[in-house]
Design a binder for this molecule. Sequence first.
Ligand code: NDP
Length: 241
Amino acid sequence: MTEPTTSPRNVLVTGGNRGIGAAIAQAFLDADDNVAITSRDGSGPEGAIAIAADVTDSASVDAAFGEAEEKLGGPVEIVVANAGITKDTLLMRMTDEEFDQVLDTNLAGAFRCARRASKGMLKLKRGRLIFISSVVGLYGAPGQANYASSKAGLVGLARSITRELGKRNITANVVAPGFIDTDMTRSLPEAQQQQYLAAVPAGRFAQPDEVAEVVRFIASPEAGYISGAVIPVDGGLGMGH
Ligand code: NDP
């Protein structure tokens, strides 16, 4: 049984100004949904309402949702918590700040958005929370103790929300990309990129829109019975993890 479609839907994508977030925002725009995106400098793709917000700041997140609700004309029904950073270094060299900043952005940032969004979703009596994690969350990676911890934490977050709000017609899922061609991965040393490439069964990296299409499906009426799931988009890299 699929839910009745109410189109267009109000969507908010964090970190929607570039990379995977911009592709996700574009996928919803292409489906004629109303889309708001956040980034720290307030820029965004054409057609989307661009809002400046820092996900490490609760007041900033709350204000961004307030602005989005006002400009979209109602509560946000679909939230994609995509904003994320890396600060890679080996465990013994990792500072408290490098660990905390990554957790604060990637995990606590997603929590802040989900907490704020849940109010509107409860009023609407429906909602979709989608957390952009990483294959590394369950697979692990040397030099990424902070990043992998933050991405694994999103699984616990989504599954707890699923148990808490499942009966309210709200789903919470994790999308776990592998290696996607964006600013984040282009900044890696060439040798490391080649090492990742050799490990991917698909033998290639993915484009951001390949993640975006999966997110769009998870937000679709047809995916109403999927919740608490971890959906890989990784060319087979993380199989079984
Ligand atoms: P990019 O580095 O290209 O973009 C990161 C986005 O996050 C930007 O929009 C950035 O906005 C935003 N952001 C970072 N910090 C904050 C903050 N404090 N407050 C608000 N926004 C912030 O990354 P990708 O597109 O590659 O990655 C997007 C997501 O996908 C991330 O969560 C990443 O961990 C995940 N991912 C990426 C993979 C890849 O291979 N690229 C693989 C697996 C997961 P701003 O302009 O403000 O900096």
